[in-house]
Ligand binder design. Structure first.
Ligand SMILES: *Cc1c(COP(=O)(O)O)cnc(C)c1O
Length: 389
Protein backbone atom coordinates (compact mmCIF):
# COMPACT_ATOMS: atom_id res chain seq x y z
CA UNK A 1 0.00 0.00 0.00
CA UNK A 2 0.99 3.61 -0.47
CA UNK A 3 2.53 5.25 2.56
CA UNK A 4 0.10 7.72 4.10
CA UNK A 5 1.13 10.21 6.74
CA UNK A 6 -2.07 11.06 8.60
CA UNK A 7 -0.58 12.28 11.88
CA UNK A 8 -1.10 15.64 13.57
CA UNK A 9 2.55 16.49 12.94
CA UNK A 10 4.61 16.09 11.01
CA UNK A 11 1.82 16.37 8.45
CA UNK A 12 1.95 15.62 4.72
CA UNK A 13 3.98 17.97 2.51
CA UNK A 14 2.53 18.81 -0.93
CA UNK A 15 4.54 17.88 -4.03
CA UNK A 16 4.71 21.54 -4.99
CA UNK A 17 6.52 22.31 -1.76
CA UNK A 18 8.82 19.29 -2.03
CA UNK A 19 9.77 20.25 -5.58
CA UNK A 20 10.42 23.82 -4.59
CA UNK A 21 12.75 22.66 -1.81
CA UNK A 22 14.62 20.29 -4.13
CA UNK A 23 16.13 23.25 -5.98
CA UNK A 24 19.89 23.36 -5.69
CA UNK A 25 20.96 24.86 -2.38
CA UNK A 26 21.66 28.58 -2.46
CA UNK A 27 23.69 30.66 -0.02
CA UNK A 28 21.74 32.77 2.41
CA UNK A 29 23.77 35.97 2.01
CA UNK A 30 22.46 36.45 -1.51
CA UNK A 31 19.79 38.59 -3.16
CA UNK A 32 17.86 35.45 -4.18
CA UNK A 33 17.53 34.24 -0.60
CA UNK A 34 16.81 37.73 0.69
CA UNK A 35 13.92 38.10 -1.72
CA UNK A 36 12.55 34.69 -0.74
CA UNK A 37 12.82 35.48 2.96
CA UNK A 38 11.12 38.85 2.51
CA UNK A 39 8.29 37.09 0.67
CA UNK A 40 8.05 34.41 3.38
CA UNK A 41 7.88 37.01 6.15
CA UNK A 42 5.12 38.92 4.43
CA UNK A 43 3.28 35.65 3.91
CA UNK A 44 3.65 34.76 7.58
CA UNK A 45 2.13 38.07 8.60
CA UNK A 46 -0.75 37.34 6.25
CA UNK A 47 -1.20 33.83 7.65
CA UNK A 48 -0.88 34.90 11.28
CA UNK A 49 -3.14 37.90 10.58
CA UNK A 50 -0.77 40.34 12.22
CA UNK A 51 1.26 43.48 11.68
CA UNK A 52 3.61 42.48 14.51
CA UNK A 53 7.16 41.41 13.72
CA UNK A 54 7.25 37.71 12.93
CA UNK A 55 10.52 36.07 13.92
CA UNK A 56 11.63 32.92 12.09
CA UNK A 57 13.91 30.52 13.93
CA UNK A 58 15.71 27.36 12.86
CA UNK A 59 14.10 25.27 15.62
CA UNK A 60 11.15 23.00 16.27
CA UNK A 61 8.10 24.35 18.08
CA UNK A 62 9.60 23.50 21.46
CA UNK A 63 12.78 25.40 20.69
CA UNK A 64 10.75 28.36 19.55
CA UNK A 65 8.80 28.30 22.80
CA UNK A 66 12.03 28.13 24.76
CA UNK A 67 13.16 31.23 22.90
CA UNK A 68 9.97 32.98 24.00
CA UNK A 69 10.40 32.02 27.66
CA UNK A 70 14.06 33.03 27.73
CA UNK A 71 13.45 36.36 26.04
CA UNK A 72 10.30 37.61 27.72
CA UNK A 73 10.86 36.53 31.32
CA UNK A 74 13.58 36.70 33.93
CA UNK A 75 14.53 34.05 36.50
CA UNK A 76 12.29 34.23 39.54
CA UNK A 77 9.39 35.87 37.72
CA UNK A 78 5.99 34.29 38.04
CA UNK A 79 4.14 32.82 35.11
CA UNK A 80 0.91 30.85 34.86
CA UNK A 81 0.87 27.72 32.75
CA UNK A 82 -2.07 25.43 32.09
CA UNK A 83 -1.71 21.65 32.32
CA UNK A 84 -4.34 19.45 30.72
CA UNK A 85 -2.07 17.78 28.17
CA UNK A 86 1.44 17.01 27.04
CA UNK A 87 2.17 20.46 25.68
CA UNK A 88 0.57 22.52 28.42
CA UNK A 89 2.59 20.49 30.93
CA UNK A 90 5.74 20.88 28.82
CA UNK A 91 5.60 24.67 29.13
CA UNK A 92 5.36 24.33 32.91
CA UNK A 93 8.41 22.05 32.99
CA UNK A 94 10.30 24.40 30.71
CA UNK A 95 9.57 27.43 32.88
CA UNK A 96 10.74 25.61 36.01
CA UNK A 97 13.91 24.47 34.25
CA UNK A 98 14.65 28.07 33.27
CA UNK A 99 14.26 29.23 36.87
CA UNK A 100 10.86 30.86 36.55
CA UNK A 101 8.31 30.62 39.34
CA UNK A 102 5.64 28.55 37.62
CA UNK A 103 2.06 28.45 38.81
CA UNK A 104 0.57 25.52 36.97
CA UNK A 105 -3.20 25.22 36.73
CA UNK A 106 -4.16 21.60 36.95
CA UNK A 107 -6.59 20.44 34.28
CA UNK A 108 -7.70 16.87 33.61
CA UNK A 109 -6.49 15.65 30.24
CA UNK A 110 -9.37 16.03 27.82
CA UNK A 111 -10.93 18.98 29.63
CA UNK A 112 -10.63 22.65 28.72
CA UNK A 113 -9.37 25.09 31.34
CA UNK A 114 -12.01 27.38 32.81
CA UNK A 115 -11.74 31.15 32.74
CA UNK A 116 -12.53 31.15 36.47
CA UNK A 117 -9.49 29.00 37.25
CA UNK A 118 -7.15 31.41 35.48
CA UNK A 119 -8.90 34.44 36.97
CA UNK A 120 -8.51 33.11 40.49
CA UNK A 121 -4.82 32.31 39.91
CA UNK A 122 -4.32 35.88 38.71
CA UNK A 123 -6.13 37.17 41.79
CA UNK A 124 -4.01 35.03 44.06
CA UNK A 125 -0.71 35.94 42.39
CA UNK A 126 -0.86 39.62 41.39
CA UNK A 127 2.79 39.66 40.27
CA UNK A 128 2.31 37.19 37.44
CA UNK A 129 4.20 38.38 34.35
CA UNK A 130 2.85 35.93 31.80
CA UNK A 131 0.02 33.54 31.07
CA UNK A 132 0.79 30.68 28.71
CA UNK A 133 -2.00 28.78 26.99
CA UNK A 134 -2.08 26.09 24.32
CA UNK A 135 -4.70 26.98 21.71
CA UNK A 136 -5.04 23.48 20.33
CA UNK A 137 -3.72 20.90 22.83
CA UNK A 138 -2.64 18.33 20.27
CA UNK A 139 -2.20 15.55 22.85
CA UNK A 140 -5.89 15.60 23.79
CA UNK A 141 -7.54 17.42 20.87
CA UNK A 142 -8.89 20.13 23.19
CA UNK A 143 -9.36 23.76 22.25
CA UNK A 144 -8.81 25.98 25.27
CA UNK A 145 -10.77 29.27 25.60
CA UNK A 146 -7.69 31.39 24.94
CA UNK A 147 -9.64 34.44 23.68
CA UNK A 148 -11.31 34.79 27.08
CA UNK A 149 -8.05 34.18 28.94
CA UNK A 150 -6.26 36.83 26.89
CA UNK A 151 -8.88 39.36 27.99
CA UNK A 152 -7.89 38.80 31.62
CA UNK A 153 -4.34 39.87 30.83
CA UNK A 154 -4.93 42.63 28.33
CA UNK A 155 -5.13 45.57 30.75
CA UNK A 156 -2.25 44.49 32.95
CA UNK A 157 0.60 46.72 32.01
CA UNK A 158 3.47 44.30 32.52
CA UNK A 159 1.80 40.92 31.97
CA UNK A 160 1.79 39.21 28.59
CA UNK A 161 -0.30 36.46 27.04
CA UNK A 162 1.50 33.72 25.12
CA UNK A 163 -0.34 31.31 22.87
CA UNK A 164 1.03 27.98 21.68
CA UNK A 165 -0.64 28.11 18.27
CA UNK A 166 1.42 25.25 16.90
CA UNK A 167 -1.63 23.28 15.70
CA UNK A 168 -3.99 26.25 15.63
CA UNK A 169 -2.43 28.79 13.25
CA UNK A 170 -3.68 28.02 9.74
CA UNK A 171 -6.49 25.86 11.14
CA UNK A 172 -8.83 28.53 12.42
CA UNK A 173 -9.10 32.29 12.59
CA UNK A 174 -6.47 33.71 14.97
CA UNK A 175 -5.16 37.28 15.03
CA UNK A 176 -2.77 38.47 17.75
CA UNK A 177 -3.95 42.09 17.70
CA UNK A 178 -7.66 41.23 17.66
CA UNK A 179 -7.41 38.37 20.16
CA UNK A 180 -5.01 40.04 22.60
CA UNK A 181 -2.12 37.62 22.06
CA UNK A 182 1.30 39.09 22.79
CA UNK A 183 3.34 36.13 21.62
CA UNK A 184 1.93 33.72 19.06
CA UNK A 185 4.09 30.69 18.34
CA UNK A 186 3.74 28.19 15.54
CA UNK A 187 5.93 25.69 13.71
CA UNK A 188 6.53 24.42 10.23
CA UNK A 189 5.42 20.79 10.43
CA UNK A 190 1.77 21.16 11.41
CA UNK A 191 -0.73 23.26 9.43
CA UNK A 192 2.00 25.01 7.46
CA UNK A 193 2.55 21.96 5.23
CA UNK A 194 6.34 21.87 5.62
CA UNK A 195 8.85 19.43 7.09
CA UNK A 196 9.91 20.06 10.71
CA UNK A 197 12.64 22.57 11.48
CA UNK A 198 11.24 26.11 11.46
CA UNK A 199 9.52 28.00 14.26
CA UNK A 200 7.65 31.27 13.96
CA UNK A 201 6.72 33.85 16.54
CA UNK A 202 4.62 37.01 16.26
CA UNK A 203 5.57 39.46 19.01
CA UNK A 204 3.59 42.47 20.32
CA UNK A 205 5.14 45.78 21.46
CA UNK A 206 4.18 44.86 25.04
CA UNK A 207 6.24 41.68 24.80
CA UNK A 208 9.19 43.55 23.25
CA UNK A 209 9.10 45.90 26.25
CA UNK A 210 9.48 42.88 28.52
CA UNK A 211 12.27 41.57 26.32
CA UNK A 212 14.26 44.79 26.82
CA UNK A 213 14.56 44.18 30.58
CA UNK A 214 14.76 40.38 30.60
CA UNK A 215 17.75 38.71 32.28
CA UNK A 216 17.27 35.05 31.39
CA UNK A 217 20.53 33.71 29.90
CA UNK A 218 20.39 32.86 26.20
CA UNK A 219 22.67 33.09 23.22
CA UNK A 220 21.35 31.48 20.03
CA UNK A 221 17.76 32.43 20.77
CA UNK A 222 18.32 36.17 20.96
CA UNK A 223 15.09 37.69 19.73
CA UNK A 224 16.29 41.29 19.98
CA UNK A 225 19.16 40.36 17.70
CA UNK A 226 16.79 38.63 15.27
CA UNK A 227 14.53 41.67 15.31
CA UNK A 228 17.46 43.94 14.59
CA UNK A 229 18.42 41.77 11.63
CA UNK A 230 14.83 42.05 10.37
CA UNK A 231 14.69 45.79 10.86
CA UNK A 232 17.81 46.34 8.80
CA UNK A 233 15.52 45.34 5.97
CA UNK A 234 18.18 43.20 4.34
CA UNK A 235 16.19 39.98 4.42
CA UNK A 236 18.55 38.27 6.85
CA UNK A 237 18.49 36.35 10.10
CA UNK A 238 21.11 36.61 12.84
CA UNK A 239 22.51 33.13 12.14
CA UNK A 240 22.33 30.69 9.23
CA UNK A 241 18.62 30.24 8.50
CA UNK A 242 16.83 27.06 7.41
CA UNK A 243 17.35 28.04 3.79
CA UNK A 244 15.55 25.15 2.06
CA UNK A 245 12.61 25.25 4.45
CA UNK A 246 12.20 28.98 3.98
CA UNK A 247 12.21 28.49 0.20
CA UNK A 248 9.58 25.77 0.70
CA UNK A 249 7.59 28.12 2.93
CA UNK A 250 7.18 30.58 0.07
CA UNK A 251 5.47 27.87 -1.95
CA UNK A 252 3.33 26.64 0.96
CA UNK A 253 2.14 30.20 1.52
CA UNK A 254 1.39 30.57 -2.17
CA UNK A 255 -0.84 27.49 -1.93
CA UNK A 256 -2.59 28.85 1.15
CA UNK A 257 -3.13 32.20 -0.55
CA UNK A 258 -4.62 30.48 -3.58
CA UNK A 259 -7.10 28.78 -1.27
CA UNK A 260 -7.69 31.87 0.88
CA UNK A 261 -7.86 32.07 4.67
CA UNK A 262 -11.61 31.79 4.92
CA UNK A 263 -11.79 28.72 2.67
CA UNK A 264 -8.89 27.16 4.52
CA UNK A 265 -10.54 27.60 7.91
CA UNK A 266 -13.82 26.27 6.49
CA UNK A 267 -12.07 23.17 5.11
CA UNK A 268 -10.52 22.41 8.49
CA UNK A 269 -13.85 22.86 10.21
CA UNK A 270 -15.54 20.58 7.69
CA UNK A 271 -12.94 17.85 8.05
CA UNK A 272 -13.15 18.05 11.83
CA UNK A 273 -16.96 17.83 11.86
CA UNK A 274 -16.90 14.91 9.43
CA UNK A 275 -14.30 13.04 11.47
CA UNK A 276 -16.30 13.52 14.68
CA UNK A 277 -19.50 12.38 12.98
CA UNK A 278 -17.65 9.35 11.62
CA UNK A 279 -16.24 8.12 14.92
CA UNK A 280 -19.53 8.86 16.71
CA UNK A 281 -21.31 6.65 14.17
CA UNK A 282 -18.98 3.78 15.14
CA UNK A 283 -20.11 4.06 18.74
CA UNK A 284 -16.71 5.31 19.86
CA UNK A 285 -16.22 7.90 22.58
CA UNK A 286 -14.23 11.04 21.96
CA UNK A 287 -11.88 12.49 24.58
CA UNK A 288 -11.99 16.26 24.10
CA UNK A 289 -14.56 18.24 26.05
CA UNK A 290 -14.18 21.13 23.59
CA UNK A 291 -12.73 19.71 20.39
CA UNK A 292 -10.19 21.58 18.28
CA UNK A 293 -10.50 21.54 14.48
CA UNK A 294 -6.98 20.15 14.04
CA UNK A 295 -7.17 16.68 15.55
CA UNK A 296 -9.84 14.31 16.90
CA UNK A 297 -8.88 12.16 19.86
CA UNK A 298 -10.82 8.94 20.33
CA UNK A 299 -10.95 6.36 23.13
CA UNK A 300 -10.02 2.94 21.75
CA UNK A 301 -12.73 0.34 22.46
CA UNK A 302 -12.05 -1.41 25.79
CA UNK A 303 -12.35 -4.81 24.16
CA UNK A 304 -9.38 -4.52 21.82
CA UNK A 305 -5.69 -4.79 22.62
CA UNK A 306 -3.81 -1.68 23.76
CA UNK A 307 -2.50 0.42 20.90
CA UNK A 308 -4.01 -2.04 18.36
CA UNK A 309 -5.50 0.73 16.21
CA UNK A 310 -2.22 2.58 15.78
CA UNK A 311 -0.13 -0.54 15.13
CA UNK A 312 -2.81 -2.05 12.88
CA UNK A 313 -2.90 1.12 10.81
CA UNK A 314 0.88 1.08 10.60
CA UNK A 315 1.46 -2.61 9.88
CA UNK A 316 -1.55 -3.46 7.71
CA UNK A 317 -2.46 -0.16 6.02
CA UNK A 318 0.90 1.65 5.93
CA UNK A 319 -0.73 4.63 7.59
CA UNK A 320 0.79 6.70 10.38
CA UNK A 321 -1.74 8.04 12.85
CA UNK A 322 -0.96 9.16 16.39
CA UNK A 323 -1.62 7.27 19.59
CA UNK A 324 -1.90 8.63 23.10
CA UNK A 325 0.91 10.15 25.13
CA UNK A 326 1.86 9.60 28.78
CA UNK A 327 -1.16 8.25 30.73
CA UNK A 328 -3.19 7.96 27.55
CA UNK A 329 -0.60 5.79 25.81
CA UNK A 330 -2.30 2.84 24.13
CA UNK A 331 -5.73 4.03 25.27
CA UNK A 332 -6.59 6.66 22.72
CA UNK A 333 -5.77 7.28 19.09
CA UNK A 334 -5.75 10.63 17.34
CA UNK A 335 -7.07 11.32 13.86
CA UNK A 336 -5.48 14.35 12.24
CA UNK A 337 -7.05 16.84 9.87
CA UNK A 338 -4.73 19.80 9.55
CA UNK A 339 -2.50 21.20 6.89
CA UNK A 340 -2.34 19.34 3.61
CA UNK A 341 -5.41 17.20 4.32
CA UNK A 342 -8.59 17.23 2.28
CA UNK A 343 -12.06 15.72 2.38
CA UNK A 344 -11.00 12.44 0.78
CA UNK A 345 -8.23 11.97 3.35
CA UNK A 346 -11.02 11.79 5.92
CA UNK A 347 -12.66 8.99 3.93
CA UNK A 348 -9.34 7.15 3.84
CA UNK A 349 -8.85 7.55 7.57
CA UNK A 350 -12.36 6.41 8.47
CA UNK A 351 -12.36 3.47 6.05
CA UNK A 352 -9.04 2.19 7.29
CA UNK A 353 -10.20 2.69 10.88
CA UNK A 354 -13.33 0.59 10.30
CA UNK A 355 -11.33 -2.25 8.74
CA UNK A 356 -8.74 -2.27 11.53
CA UNK A 357 -11.40 -2.13 14.27
CA UNK A 358 -13.24 -5.06 12.72
CA UNK A 359 -10.03 -7.08 12.37
CA UNK A 360 -9.33 -6.40 16.04
CA UNK A 361 -12.73 -7.75 17.01
CA UNK A 362 -14.71 -4.56 17.54
CA UNK A 363 -17.78 -5.06 15.37
CA UNK A 364 -20.51 -2.92 16.99
CA UNK A 365 -21.19 -1.01 13.79
CA UNK A 366 -22.45 -1.50 10.24
CA UNK A 367 -19.62 -1.49 7.68
CA UNK A 368 -19.47 1.96 6.13
CA UNK A 369 -21.31 3.63 9.01
CA UNK A 370 -18.59 6.22 9.60
CA UNK A 371 -18.36 7.13 5.93
CA UNK A 372 -22.15 7.41 5.69
CA UNK A 373 -22.13 9.87 8.58
CA UNK A 374 -19.16 11.85 7.27
CA UNK A 375 -20.13 12.11 3.62
CA UNK A 376 -22.87 14.75 3.82
CA UNK A 377 -20.45 17.03 5.68
CA UNK A 378 -17.58 16.33 3.32
CA UNK A 379 -19.90 16.97 0.37
CA UNK A 380 -20.03 20.65 1.41
CA UNK A 381 -16.47 20.88 0.10
CA UNK A 382 -17.31 19.44 -3.30
CA UNK A 383 -17.74 22.70 -5.21
CA UNK A 384 -16.09 23.76 -8.47
CA UNK A 385 -12.65 25.23 -7.80
CA UNK A 386 -11.02 24.60 -11.17
CA UNK A 387 -8.22 22.57 -9.58
CA UNK A 388 -5.52 20.53 -11.27
CA UNK A 389 -2.43 18.56 -10.28
C1 LIG B 1 3.80 19.62 17.99
C2 LIG B 1 3.46 20.54 19.08
C3 LIG B 1 4.43 21.11 19.91
C4 LIG B 1 5.88 20.73 19.86
O1 LIG B 1 6.48 21.09 18.72
P1 LIG B 1 7.84 20.38 18.26
O2 LIG B 1 7.98 20.96 16.89
O3 LIG B 1 7.61 18.90 18.30
O4 LIG B 1 8.90 20.81 19.19
C5 LIG B 1 4.03 22.01 20.88
N1 LIG B 1 2.75 22.33 21.04
C6 LIG B 1 1.78 21.78 20.29
C7 LIG B 1 0.37 22.16 20.54
C8 LIG B 1 2.10 20.87 19.29
O5 LIG B 1 1.15 20.32 18.54
Amino acid sequence: MKYRLLAPGPTPVPDRVLLKMSHTLIHHRTPVFEAAFAEARKGLQWLMQTEYDVITLAASGTGTFEAAMQNFFSPGEQIITIGGGKFGERWGQMGRQLGLDVIEIDVDWGMAVTVEAVQSALDEYPNVKGVICVGSETSTGVRHPYEDLAKLVKDREDTIFLLDGITAVGVWDISPERDGIDVLVTGSQKALMLPPGLGFMAVSPKAWARNAKGTCPHYYFDLAKERKALQKGLGQTAYTPGVSLIIGLTEAIKMMQEEGLEAMFARHDRMARATRAGVDALGLKRLAEVPAASVTSVWAPEAIAKNAVVTGMRDRANITIAGGQDDLKGRIFRLAHLGYFDELDICTTLSALEIILRQEGYTDFEPGASIAAAQPILAEGFVAKGGDA
